[in-house]
Ligand binder design. Structure first.
Ligand code: NAD
Ligand code: MG
Length: 379
């Protein structure tokens, strides 16, 4: 199989390359294109090791640097969104792993779908903002959409226990993040260093902050809505502190099927690469006796308002999820620069959402324009 990876230098991208290494001799995967935005040294190392046809740096300075570093190789170096689109749709590739963070992944991922590539999707923001267009394009071009987000991979695997019309509801699990059980007063002064410490997962900064605010779970509700063609209210979020059950599906006979494993993103990445087959994986098995117990709670949507805001945007539909996502991306970057407080993230998103009139059935241009407008107005 031949793949290209958008965001190969990130948390998902580097783990995907480890999976490629681990599958060698069992299922050989060639990496035809890699991309990164900041870590050019790592991108160079990956280019030398995996010998892709193309390596893309997100900006001009990265491009100049990477081109000089790879001058003695046959790797073609490209830049910017145009480069990302070419990498995503590169000839000969069977699958795109879409693992850039944020809205920047949308256009290149759509290009890959149009070029007939299967999509292994980590970049949830693309599905949240352009769910209808994205899923229509998947159908129109007859390609597969394989979830990489661990919860959605779990739902996808659990769904195999019945037919789609036998599903009663989806139980989407959440770790609760580093601030589980805290009150608004206790959260008033938390700093980014505390928010960046996730109890169970090591991830990029943006998704780690989203996990602390529960916006990540909100985005995942919207992601599940599009992936599994479900109503928002048929998706129940359950806080499960141990992150062993990665999500569950309840069928009409009230039987519940769950997917479990120790928390490692390599499981869902490997399954997306090998689906519908399963291959041996490295790592440990769950030791239930050592685990002793698993706990479950209702999420506190009054304190962690981002979850409620995302559901609201999902129910309203139209352009509102794009507004929510763009406002959240801006708010998270402001929080990471100490410009707003932790609780300020939800306030910020809510105030931006209240300023926008909804628009139904947005086109891709509407979505791109609205995303840009929200970012501009937030400057
Ligand atoms: P990360 O920050 O570690 O990596 C992001 C990658 O995208 C890097 O290669 C970076 O160079 C690239 N990138 C960032 N901004 C870019 C831009 N504007 N243009 C081009 N390239 C850009 O992030 P991550 O944790 O790997 O997450 C990637 C995506 O996967 C996110 O959408 C996240 O929600 C999703 N996801 C991540 C995890 C996880 O465990 N890390 C789990 C589930 C879903
Ligand atoms: Mg997830």
């Amino acid at each position: 199989m031949n793949i290209s990876i958008l965001g190969s230098t990130g948390s998902i991208g580097t783990q995907a390359l480890e999976v490629v290494d681990e599958l060698k001799g069992i299922k050989d995967i060639s990496v035809l294109a890699i991309t990164g935005s900041s870590n050019i040294t790592l991108l160079e190392q990956q280019a030398r090791k995996y010998k892709p046809l193309v390596a893309v740096a997100a900006d001009e300075s990265g491009y100049t640097d990477l081109k000089a570093r790879l001058a003695d190789t046959s790797v073609k170096v490209l830049a910017g969104e145009e480069g990302l689109c070419r990498a995503a749709a590169i000839e000969g590739s069977d699958m795109l792993l879409s693992s850039i963070v944020g809205f920047a992944g949308l256009v290149p991922t759509m290009k890959a779908i149009e070029a007939g590539k299967d999509i292994a999707l980590a970049n949830k923001e693309t599905l949240v903002t352009a769910g209808a267009l994205f899923t229509d394009a998947i159908k129109e071009h007859g390609v597969r959409l394989l979830p990489v987000d661990s919860e959605h991979s779990a739902i996808f695997q659990s769904m195999q226990g019945g037919t789609r019309n036998e599903v009663r509801k989806i139980l989407l699990t959440a770790s609760g993040g580093p601030f589980f059980g805290k009150t608004k007063d206790e959260l008033a002064n938390v700093k980014k260093e505390q928010a960046l410490k996730h109890p169970n997962w090591s991830m990029g900064a943006k998704i780690t902050i989203d996990s602390a605010t529960l916006m990540n779970k909100g985005l995942e509700v919207l992601e599940a809505k599009w992936l599994f063609d479900t109503e928002i209210d048929d998706i129940e979020v359950v806080v499960h502190r141990e992150s062993i059950i990665h999500s569950m599906v309840e069928f009409c006979d009230r039987s519940i099927i769950a997917q479990m494993s120790l928390p490692s993103m390599k499981h869902p990445i490997q399954y997306a690469f090998t689906y519908p087959d399963r291959f041996p994986a490295k790592g440990q098995s769950v030791d239930f006796a050592a685990l002793a117990k698993m706990t479950f709670y209702k999420p506190d949507e009054d304190t962690f308002r981002c979850l409620a805001l995302a559901k609201k945007a999902g129910r309203e539909g139209g352009i509102m999820p794009t507004v929510l996502n763009a406002a959240n991306e801006v708010a998270v970057s402001k929080f990471l620069k100490d410009e707003i407080s932790f609780l300020g993230i939800a306030e910020y998103v809510e105030s931006v959402m209240s300023k926008y009139k909804n628009k139904s059935n947005p086109t891709l241009s509407d979505i791109i324009e609205t995303d840009a407008l929200v970012r501009k107005e937030c400057m």
